[in-house]
Design a binder for this molecule. Structure first.
Ligand code: UDP
Length: 271
C-alpha cells in the first residue's frame, strides 16, 4: 500500500494498489503527502499520467454510461474525491479510504510546482474566472510558473492541444465540469505532452474568488455537499440526490456478498 521505493519502475511502481469501489479503481492514498510524492515522481520521470477524482456522482453516472465507466478504469489514478466513496470503501471492503479531493490536491500541488519550477497550464472556466485565477495564483504562490491559460469555452480542441504543448507544461489542470473535462483529457491525453493531467471541476472559480469554497468545518467533516446545498440549492439538489441510490446499491452489494466483484454497470446492453 505504500509508495514503492526509488528502484521501482513504470507508472504503477510509484502507487499503492487501487481498490475497486463501486466499479471504479481508487488509490488508497494515506495522505496528501503520499499523493504529492507520487506525482513528484511521475513528473521527474517524465511519465504521462491521467488522474481522475472519483465521487458518488461520477460512479452513479458511470453505472449508466459505459464510456464513463471505461474512462474511470482507463485513467492511471483515481483519487477518493467524495466522502461517499470513502464510506462505500468501508462498507464494501472493511476499510475507509482517506479522502484526497481534486480541489485540495490542486491547491497543494501549486506550492510544490512553484518550489520545483514546474510549468502549470490552466485550461477551463470562463475567460474572466480563468484570467483572475491565474493572476491570484501567481500572487499567492510566488515563483509559480503558469506557462499557459485557456478558458473552457472553445471550439477547436486541436488548437488548444497545440497551445498546451507549445507552452511545455508539466501539470495540466482542466476545469470544465465533470465528466466533460475527463472525456476531453482522455481524448487528447496521448497528444498532450504534459506529465500530469487532472480535471479539477470548479477549482478555478474558487481560485478566482467567483465561487465560495465550503468553510473548513464542512471540509473536515466531509459535508461540503451540505454547504453547497445550502448556498446553491437549485443548482446542487439534483447532484446530491444520487447519494441515496448510490449508498443503497453499495449496501445491497455488501449484503449480497458480492462487494467488488459486482457488475456495477447498469447499461442495459451489459445485462
Ligand atoms: N466550464 C467550462 N466549459 C464548459 C462548461 C463548464 O470551462 O463547456 C467550467 C465552468 O465555467 C466552471 C466549471 O467548468 O468553471 C464547472 O464547475 P463545477 O463546479 O460545475 O464542476 P463540477 O462540480 O462539475 O466538477
Amino acid at each position: 500500500m505504500l509508495i514503492a521505493n526509488e528502484e521501482s519502475s513504470g507508472s504503477f511502481g510509484s502507487f499503492p494498489e487501487p481498490i475497486n469501489v463501486a466499479g471504479a479503481p481508487v488509490m488508497p492514498f494515506t495522505s496528501y503527502e503520499q499523493a504529492l510524492a507520487a506525482i513528484e515522481r511521475t513528473v521527474e520521470r517524465r511519465e504521462k499520467t491521467f488522474w481522475v477524482a472519483i465521487n458518488p456522482q461520477k460512479c452513479f453516472r458511470a453505472w449508466r454510461e459505459r464510456p464513463l465507466m471505461d474512462l474511470l478504469n482507463r485513467a492511471d489514478v483515481g483519487i477518493c474525491d467524495g466522502v461517499g466513496v470513502s464510506i462505500a470503501a468501508k462498507i464494501l471492503h472493511g476499510n475507509r479510504i482517506k479522502r484526497v479531493t481534486g480541489c485540495d490536491l490542486f491547491f497543494r500541488l501549486l506550492p510544490l510546482a512553484a518550489q520545483k519550477s514546474w510549468g502549470v497550464y490552466l485550461l477551463g472556466a470562463s475567460p474572466e474566472s480563468n484570467g483572475c485565477a491565474s493572476e491570484k495564483l501567481r500572487q499567492k504562490y510566488p515563483g509559480l510558473r503558469i506557462v499557459g491559460c485557456q478558458d473552457g469555452y472553445f471550439d477547436d480542441s486541436a488548437k488548444v492541444v497545440e497551445h498546451i504543448n507549445a507552452s511545455k507544461p508539466d501539470l495540466l489542470f482542466v476545469a470544465m465540469g465533470s465528466p466533460t473535462q475527463e472525456f476531453w483529457i482522455s481524448k487528447h491525453r496521448e497528444a498532450i505532452n504534459a506529465s500530469f493531467c487532472m480535471g479539477v471541476g470548479g477549482s478555478f472559480d474558487v481560485a478566482s474568488g467567483m465561487a465560495k469554497r465550503a468553510p473548513a468545518v464542512f471540509r473536515k467533516t466531509g459535508t461540503e455537499w451540505l454547504f453547497q446545498l445550502m448556498t446553491q440549492p437549485t443548482r446542487r439538489f439534483r447532484r446530491q440526490t444520487v447519494y441515496v441510490p448510490f449508498m443503497l446499491r453499495v449496501v445491497g452489494a455488501r449484503l449480497a456478498g458480492t462487494n467488488g466483484s459486482t457488475q456495477w454497470s447498469l447499461d442495459p446492453a451489459e445485462e
